[in-house]
Structures are given as structure tokens and as C-alpha cells.
Ligand binder design. Structure first.
Ligand SMILES: Cc1ncc(C[n+]2csc(CCOP(=O)(O)OP(=O)(O)O)c2C)c(N)n1
Ligand SMILES: [Mg+2]
Length: 620
């Protein structure tokens, strides 16, 4: 057997370099490089290995481990899980800073390779700097925190373990069923250890998307259920994008007269003005989609985890005769909600169903009703996003919907909007209009504050040809903004619009809706030493990080500012003051947020009474 003597870290990087995938018929490296922040736990081992290959396998230096790992998540999401980045950190704090991003990758089913450094496998110099020490378990380190947020976890305690473990990690990330983050914890001494690796470990390997075919019985059950239906509705989730099933979905809804609606991850599957697209569904759903969901006798869920925002906490599909047909690659998802499962790849099984369904169509009356719902919702969106009369009034605080309207009208055919947390995901889900499947990038599986800017950077890396607009609340901006400096450094130009409503406005609204007093969310309701918290100068802050920036005084100034941002070749931050209170009332559905059963506050008691009534709509 031919071998080559390498350190474990060198072998790891060399193996990653040998992995390829096929995108649009072209072979490309599976790994788009590595994000790295070094410390004693990885600089000498992985650091040396990455430096050796820096011309062929790029290492990117970020400013915060969570930020870089969030960028890696966004990169994978924007690449529809076809390309991956590795993230390496030191031990202790550097490693733990990535755990939140691992949670995000896990919830959103995104492939990211996490490579946290770890304490010495030999334990000779213990305790090392940043080692937490467990009195009764020396085999445990902080990296065990990655276990619940990794689809695959291993600790490489001997260099030869890499030969069996790394391919499993890669397969886990690429398999559509198990897809998610993989973590290999790398003790620093083992990173530097040499081993005679077989040359075959570095042979080029070309991966592809595995498409699991449906079980014959499940497929025929599904076809039968569809043929019985008169009032069907399709719910499109992120899995439809990952399966590249959008052409099949379009053909299906058009041929059979089936209205469709989209989850956050599914949005953009059909153009916003497609006649069968009822828009967003669920808690942040359109009035049309939610009305259809209440009446439908068949819901065809395609590639969706059916989380509470989609199912209105399991109250949305309310027709007692409704069949839920769940088409998902993972049995875990397909069998949720007591659904009729169709465990399969979406693209292939939609193709397979077409032949058998032949001329079947939904009821004519249902189709007419859907058209009416659709028209009404499009008008509601026009109204919510129209430029208000007060646009030039500097005393008027625009709503999120006002700002969305201005940005959406300015958006180019290649704009991708990026968001994750606050009031904006709901507003964008309802109101944002996109005509292409890469135009909407909202992370709402984890809804992680801080994803917006770091994630925007990952989106731009994955699709550099796109005009990337990040919308971010003041809260998310202040939580994680340091990757603005990275985006400037790497020439990854973003337009970032900061909606400054001086606090955690959506949580304040939720607090009030649960009967609570405004407390600890808006800055005005927080404990401060002086009257009022200081006003953050976001434009000055962004400038200090190297970006171009400006503060606009009113909504009417936003258009021209966005044009200046477009003309800039550097990341450009626009700050605008907005109103924390309003949100779009049209559409929407109930969300289960538990209200206290006892309280000295009457508003809480009242809210709890309403809560108990609403809960009765849940099946159990
Ligand atoms: C990391 C993280 N911490 C806490 C939350 C809970 N949370 C959701 S939205 C939000 C406030 C967001 O504030 P901002 O970005 O200003 O948006 P706004 O609500 O004002 O629209 C909070 C605290 C979260 N989603 N993520
Ligand atoms: Mg805010």
C-alpha cells in the first residue's frame, strides 16, 4: 500500500481538497475553503496545514467565531446544500463561540464542518490554558457541547481515526436525510501527530445529490389521496429547494390546479405573482394561504419540518376531513403530525406521481375561490407597502412595511434579501416579493439574532453575482456586527439597512400580547443609570469598521440612499429610524406562547383566558 507521511491536520485538509461535487453539470470543489480563527488549540496544527495549501484552498479570517460559522451556514443554504465550508477554532472560548451556529445548522439542516480544537489527548500538560476541567470525567471537554447540535460528532484521538471518521462526517453532511452539521473535535497534539496515510485516502471523489425513491405502497397511497381531494393545498418548504424540485412543483400546480403557499425556507419557490402562489403560510401567513389551509381537504407538505410557525402551532389545517400528505426525505419529518407519509425525494416523486394523476384537477369552485383570495392578498400587500403620505416628514417614524416597500420596489432581478430575527422575518414573509428562488434568504429555523450581517457575507460568497441586501434590526446589529469589517476586508459587498426602533420591538409586542407590561425590551423600558439609553449612531459605527454609511432622516430619503449603496463597491450601511409598535395585521394566524396561569396583573389574567380558548383548537 502506498502511503504518505502527514500530520493529522495536513491529512484532513488534503482529504477535503479531494472532494468534489457537480453543480449545473460542472465539477466544483465540495469545500469552498475554511473559516479560521487561530489560538493555541489550532494555530500550530491546522494552522500550519492550511498555510501550506493557501493558494489552492483559501482560508478566511473572520472577527468572531460565531460570525464566521454563521457565514458558513448561509453559504451552504445559498448553495442549496451543494457546497460546504469548514470552520476551525482554538479550544475553549473560540470553540464554544461556534456552538450557536452549530445549533442553527442543525435546526435548518445545513451542512457545515466544525473543527474545534481540543485539549491534549495525551493529557500530559493538563490543565492547559482555557481547559475547564471536569473533576470526575477527564474525557469530557467543552467540545462535548457540540454533541446535541451536531448530526455527527467525533473526537479524533489518534491520527488514523481520521481515515474512517472524516468520510462519515462528509457523507452525513451530504445525505439529504441526515444533512446537518458535522463536528470533529481535534485535540491539539493529535493535529500535529504524523501518520503514514494511505494515498487512496486522498483520491479524488465526486459527490452528487442522492435521490431516494418512494416506497411503491406509499406512492400509491399518496396518489389515491390526491385523486380523492377536491380542495388541495400545497405547502412548500426548504426541502423543495434543496431537492431542486421547483420546476416539478410549478408543473404540478399548473396542471392540476393546486394552490400553493410557502414557508420561510420555501419562499421564492414560485414567483410571487404566479397565479397559484397564495404567498406565505402560517403565523406570518397571507390571508389567502391561511384561509385555504383552514378549508383544504388535502394538504401536500413538500420538504417542510412543519414547525409551529407553519402549522399555527398545529391549529391551521382545521378541516376535520383534511388529510396531511407529507413528502419528505426523512421519515422523521414525513411522519410528523400523524401525516400520510411519502418518504422520498421531492423532485423524483413529483415526477413519478404526474403520470398516474393524469388529468385529475381540483374542484372548479375551489380554483375560483383561490383566485379571489389571491387577488385580495395582493391588494393587501400593495396597501401595506405603499409609500405613505408622510414619507418626507422627518417626524414620521416609518413602519417595517414602509421600509420593505421602498427596498422591494428598488430591488433588482438579482437581489437577495437576507434576514433572520426580530419583527422583520414576519413582515418579509408576508410582504416581500421575489421572482426567483435565490431572492429570499431568511433564516427562520433558529431565527438567530446576529445571523443577518454574517449570513449576508456567506450569501455573497456563495453567489457573488447577486446584489445582497441585508435588513437588520438595531438589536441584531448590536448583537453581532463585527463581520462588517470582514466583508470590507474580503470585498464581499453588502447593502445593510438598519431599522432602528430602539429596542427589541417584536418581543415587546409579544410581551404586551401576553398581557405583560413593556419591560426590558425597548430601550426606554430598560434599567438605565440615566434617563433614557444613549442613541446608537449606526452610521458612525459602520464607518469605523471600514464600511460606507449614512443615516437617512426620513423614508423619502431611502430611495436615493439605496442608489448610492448600489453604486458603492464597498459594504454600505444605511440606518433609518422606525416605529417599534406597528406590524402588518392582515393575514397571520395564532402562535402558541404560554401565558402565566396566575398573575396579579389583570391584563395577564385576561390574556390567559384568551389563551385557553385558543388552545382548544389544538388537536391534543
Ligand atoms: C440570539 C438570539 N437571542 C434572542 C432572541 C430572541 N429575540 C427574537 S427577536 C428579538 C429582538 C430583536 O430586536 P431587533 O433586531 O431590534 O428587531 P425588532 O424586534 O426591533 O424588529 C429577540 C431578543 C433571538 N431570536 N436570538
Ligand atoms: Mg429593534
Amino acid at each position: 500500500m502506498e502511503t504518505i507521511r502527514l500530520t493529522m491536520a495536513q491529512a484532513l485538509v488534503k482529504h477535503l481538497q479531494a472532494q468534489y461535487t457537480v453543480i449545473d453539470g460542472k465539477e466544483v470543489p465540495l469545500f469552498g475553503g475554511a473559516w479560521a480563527i487561530f489560538g493555541h488549540g489550532n494555530v500550530a496544527g491546522i494552522g500550519e496545514a492550511l498555510a501550506q495549501v493557501k493558494e489552492e484552498f483559501t482560508t478566511y479570517r473572520a472577527h468572531n467565531e460565531q460570525g464566521m460559522a454563521l457565514a458558513a451556514c448561509a453559504y451552504a443554504k445559498q448553495h442549496r446544500r451543494q457546497r460546504i465550508m469548514a470552520c476551525t477554532t482554538s479550544i475553549g472560548p473560540g470553540a464554544l463561540n461556534m456552538v450557536t451556529a452549530a445549533g442553527l445548522a442543525m435546526a435548518n439542516r445545513l451542512p457545515v464542518l466544525f473543527l474545534p480544537g481540543d485539549v491534549f489527548a495525551s493529557r500530559t500538560p493538563d490543565p492547559v490554558l482555557q481547559q475547564v476541567e471536569h473533576f470526575n470525567d477527564p474525557s469530557m471537554s467543552v467540545n462535548d457541547s457540540f454533541r446535541p447540535v451536531s448530526r455527527y460528532f467525533d473526537r479524533i484521538n489518534r491520527p488514523e481515526q481520521l481515515i474512517t471518521s472524516l468520510p462519515v462526517a462528509i457523507n452525513t453532511m451530504l445525505d439529504p436525510i441526515s444533512c446537518g452539521p458535522a463536528t470533529l473535535a481535534l485535540p491539539q497534539d493529535v493535529q500535529a501527530m504524523a501518520y503514514d496515510y494511505p494515498l487512496s485516502f486522498f483520491a479524488k471523489k465526486v459527490h452528487g445529490l442522492r435521490r431516494n425513491r418512494a416506497d411503491v405502497q406509499q406512492l400509491s397511497n399518496a396518489i389515491e389521496a390526491i385523486k380523492q381531494a377536491k380542495k388541495p393545498l400545497m405547502v412548500i418548504g426548504g426541502g423543495a429547494h434543496y431537492s431542486d424540485a421547483l420546476p416539478e412543483i410549478k408543473a404540478f400546480v399548473e396542471k392540476h390546479g393546486v394552490p400553493a403557499c410557502e414557508t420561510q425556507a420555501g419562499k421564492g419557490a414560485l414567483p410571487w405573482d404566479h397565479q397559484w402562489n397564495l404567498g406565505s403560510v402560517g403565523v406570518t401567513g397571507s390571508s389567502g394561504a391561511n384561509a385555504a389551509a383552514q378549508e383544504a381537504d388535502l394538504v401536500i407538505a413538500v420538504g417542510t419540518r412543519l414547525q409551529d410557525f407553519t402549522s399555527a402551532s398545529r391549529t391551521l389545517f382545521a378541516n376535520p376531513d383534511c388529510t396531511l400528505l407529507s413528502l419528505n426525505t426523512a421519515p422523521f419529518d414525513a411522519e410528523k403530525h400523524n401525516a400520510l407519509p411519502l418518504v422520498a425525494d421531492a423532485k423524483t416523486s413529483l415526477q413519478e406521481m404526474q403520470a398516474d394523476l393524469s388529468a385529475w384537477q381540483s374542484d372548479q369552485a375551489w380554483q375560483t375561490q383561490v383566485m379571489d383570495w389571491n387577488k385580495a392578498w395582493l391588494a393587501a400587500v400593495d396597501k401595506a407597502t405603499a409609500l405613505p403620505q408622510q414619507a418626507s416628514d422627518t417626524a414620521y417614524l416609518p413602519t417595517d412595511a414602509n421600509v420593505i416597500g421602498v427596498i422591494n420596489r428598488q430591488a433588482q432581478a438579482n437581489t437577495t434579501i437576507v434576514q433572520a430575527a426580530g419583527g422583520l422575518p414576519g413582515e418579509l414573509h408576508k410582504l416581500w416579493r421575489t421572482s426567483d428562488d435565490l431572492g429570499y434568504h431568511v433564516e427562520y429555523g433558529f431565527s438567530c439574532m446576529g445571523y443577518e450581517i454574517a449570513g449576508g457575507m456567506g450569501v455573497k460568497m456563495a453567489t457573488p453575482e447577486r446584489d445582497v441586501i441585508v435588513m437588520v434590526g438595531d438589536g441584531s446589529y448590536l448583537m453581532l456586527n463585527s463581520e462588517i469589517a470582514t466583508s470590507v476586508m474580503l470585498g464581499l459587498k453588502l447593502t445593510i439597512v438598519v431599522l432602528d426602533n430602539r429596542g427589541y420591538a417584536c418581543i415587546n409586542r409579544l410581551q404586551n400580547a401576553c398581557g405583560g407590561e413593556s419591560f426590558n425590551n425597548l430601550l426606554q423600558d430598560c434599567h438605565t443609570v440615566e434617563a433614557g439609553a444613549p442613541k446608537t449612531d449606526f452610521a458612525a459605527h459602520a464607518k469605523a469598521l471600514g464600511a460606507e454609511s449614512e443615516q437617512v432622516a426620513c423614508l423619502a430619503e431611502l430611495d436615493a440612499a439605496l442608489e448610492r449603496a448600489r453604486a458603492s463597491d464597498k459594504t454600505y450601511v444605511i440606518a433609518i429610524d422606525t416605529d417599534p409598535m406597528p406590524s402588518t395585521q392582515e393575514g397571520g394566524a395564532w402562535w402558541d406562547v404560554a401565558v402565566p396561569e396566575v398573575s396579579s396583573r389583570q391584563q395577564v389574567v385576561d390574556a390567559e383566558r384568551h389563551y385557553q380558548v385558543a388552545k382548544q383548537k389544538q388537536p391534543y
